[in-house]
Write a protein that binds this ligand. Sequence first.
Ligand code: BTN
Length: 247
Amino acid sequence: MLKNNLLDNILLYSSLESTNNTAKSLILSGATHGTVILADSQTKGRGRYNRSFFSPPGHGIYMSIVLQLAKSHLRNHLNLVTLATAVAVCESIEATTEKVPQIKWVNDIFLHQRKVSGILTEKMVDKENIPWIIIGIGINFSTPKDAFPAEIKDTAGSIFLEDTPTITRNQLIAEIINHLLSPYHRTTQEILSEYKKRMMLIGKETLITGSGNPFKGTILGVDEEGCLVVLKENDQQISLSVGEIWQ
Ligand code: BTN
């Protein structure tokens, strides 16, 4: 097997606890940069804030890509890796379907006001203290409306929610891998501009949580580091590196 050759290593599993967890184990046992881990289902799929990510078999895409931090020019800002991934997922959906997804900062992708995909970017060091990034992507591809658990049934959607899929999961996976690895050669400005074009709620007053209590603010966009730029009710402009927008 050729070492250091991107896409040399695509690992496919029928079921895993979490592709991000498997990615972490592989990094500790010597994964190569660009290894892709795919599972048909997950028993402990995770999202941000340790929320669970519904991952039934047959209808979703659950994948993780492991990258050596030093090989990504976005290495200084983990948020930018998440932004680049969100752009890659949107562009892949746009390239293979007629659908027009939107992004809710920082890591959620929506179609018709329903969340169809989430991204979980994590960082770790290997046994030699070399830093790695794990990019986890979960996509509801064709999960039917009535299959979602009660707590997300009003907010979750699928790329093909009520219509018959016009592509296979494999086609979308291939497109995402190709897109995802090419944005790393794009400039940060290009990624930010593609991200902003697809950003939901720009100019809208929303409820936002940063690291503290929720507050009201108007979403202005994202800054050079992928932080959310918000105009607070007292006219103060702030940038949030962590947090969530509540519509
Ligand atoms: C979120 O919604 O906050 C992010 C969800 C990320 C889910 C994906 S599925 C593949 C990878 N493995 C996980 O356990 N999580 C990510």
